[in-house]
Design a protein around this ligand. Structure first.
Ligand code: SAH
Ligand code: SF4
Length: 438
């Protein structure tokens, strides 16, 4: 989501005549796009601002803070970091050029925490996208769920779904420009609920999201991924849509957060373990193997050893392809911040490590199963580790490296897996094979 926001900000700026500086040192304006989902991410920005200030002493650039930290902290950022000139909230991205002008004109504290303008400008120019082959397409922003630990509803505001025709038009344009893969993104993509269903008449489905998936699949875009899915709103019709359309990739990210009903209730996730497992079962029973990934928080206030054991059991049962594990971090202003953060740092670390160990073990088995099999890989570029290797993602969203040359970048190739590593696969390219087999 932050990468997509940065692309959008860069587009607004290039439209206004600015261009990206070759190096940070040469920039007249430095803008930090920030995350506040955990305390550590939030602290990082102040360290970075200090760094820029010290090496640019005497020739300081204009400094702006945009994104979630900007929205939440507002004008207090100016007191906390006096070298900051601009604070740009999460819905003010489109007004960046005007804000920079105000700051350049001498305004000392330029602040915009306002709502979006009536007509959003979602346009992102090709040159500002992070990749020439993979594009992020936001379909919904904000969040109405108010899980008790989470800051997102406060930093991103209420859920707003983009119009169907706008999304479909953007995907078609990306397809025509040569993009091979799109990621439909949002805090909870499957809560997609546009004001009008116009444009989805031809596509049947139980929820607007599964209909949108079918409409996007019909554009002929080669590979379509989507993230994140909210368990409570995960209708199994999404799986049906994936079974019908080969270009809906075989990967679902379904954050469970905890394996204990008691903790899930305290988190106000709106689902029980049994509800979650039913959805997982539908995913596992699909006509082709669909990779499953998740997010888990350890050490939520009140989490006992038994609750944690429940989470371990759930992870064992779900056999995730990968999992992001986080230690609970108190976010000021959230309902959970009023509870005592009673799981000690040492306990959180111990639970984190135990869960990580279990997940690594499970992952080893899942990855080893790929050895000898073929996967379809979108080649994204040279591997950072070896100039002889190319790297990309499989349709099941695993990092795959293989011997190859730069001309392959942007192509979808078949790779036979020879070796499984902890978080990636290594293989050899297969020529003359069909593009679309699992
Ligand atoms: N909308 C998505 C998640 C968005 S935030 C969902 O509901 O699944 C990304 C992840 O950050 C969450 O899934 C959660 O695991 C983690 N997270 C959010 N708030 C957190 C907090 N206060 N402490 C630790 N992890 C947190
Ligand atoms: Fe946060 Fe819950 Fe919304 Fe996800 S669904 S962004 S965890 S409040």
């Amino acid at each position: 989501m932050n990468v997509a926001d940065t692309e959008r900000a860069a587009t607004r700026l290039s439209e206004a005549g600015y261009h990206l500086a070759e190096t940070e040192d040469a920039a007249d304006v430095v803008i930090f796009n920030t995350c506040s989902v955990r305390a550590r991410a939030e602290q990082k920005v102040f360290t970075r601002i200090g760094e820029v200030r010290s090496y640019r002493k005497g020739r300081e650039p204009l400094i702006g803070v945009m994104g979630c930290v900007a929205q939440l902290e507002g004008a207090t950022i100016f007191d906390h970091a006096p070298s900051v000139n601009m604070v740009i909230g999460t819905r003010a991205t489109d007004r960046l050029p005007a804000l920079i002008e105000r700051a350049m004109g001498g305004e000392r504290r330029t602040l915009d925490l306002g709502e979006r303008d009536a007509e959003d400008n979602w346009n992102v120019s090709t040159v500002e996208r992070h990749s020439p082959y993979v594009a992020f397409v936001p379909i919904i922003e904000g969040c109405n769920k108010f899980c008790t630990y989470c800051i997102v509803p406060y930093s991103r505001g209420r859920e707003r779904s983009r119009r169907v025709y706008e999304i479909v038009r953007e995907v078609k344009r990306l397809r025509d420009e040569g993009y091979r893969e799109v990621h439909l993104i949002g805090q909870n993509v499957n809560s997609y609920r546009p004001k009008s269903l116009e444009g989805l008449e031809d596509y049947q489905g139980a929820t607007p999201f599964s209909r949108l998936l079918r409409a996007v699949a019909a554009t002929g875009m080669e590979r379509i991924k989507f993230t994140t899915s909210f368990p409570r709103d995960f209708h199994t019709d999404i799986v049906a849509a994936m079974e019908e359309h080969w270009n809906l990739c075989d990967w679902v990210h379904l954050p469970v957060q905890s394996g204990s009903d008691r903790i899930l209730r305290a988190m106000r996730r709106g689902h029980k373990v049994s509800d979650y497992l039913r959805r997982v079962e539908a995913i596992k029973n699909a006509g082709r193997r669909i990779a499953l990934t998740t997010d888990i928080i350890v050490g939520f206030p009140g989490e006992t050893e038994e609750d944690f054991e429940d989470t371990m059991r759930l992870v064992e049962a779900c056999q995730y392809d990968s999992a992001y594990i986080f230690k609970y971090s108190t976010r000021p202003g959230t309902p959970a911040s009023k509870l005592s953060d009673d799981v000690t740092g040492a306990e959180k670390t111990a639970r984190f490590l135990a869960l990580e160990r279990l997940q690594r073990e499970i992952q080893r088995g899942i990855y080893a199963n790929y050895v000898g099999r073929e996967v379809s890989v979108l080649v994204e570029g040279e591997s950072a580790k070896s100039a002889e290797d190319m790297t990309g993602h499989s349709s099941c969203h695993k990092v795959v490296n293989f011997k190859g040359n730069k001309e392959l970048a942007g192509k979808v190739v078949r790779v036979r897996i020879l070796e499984a590593k902890t978080n990636s696969l290594y293989g050899e390219m297969v020529t003359g094979a069909k593009a679309h087999t699992a």
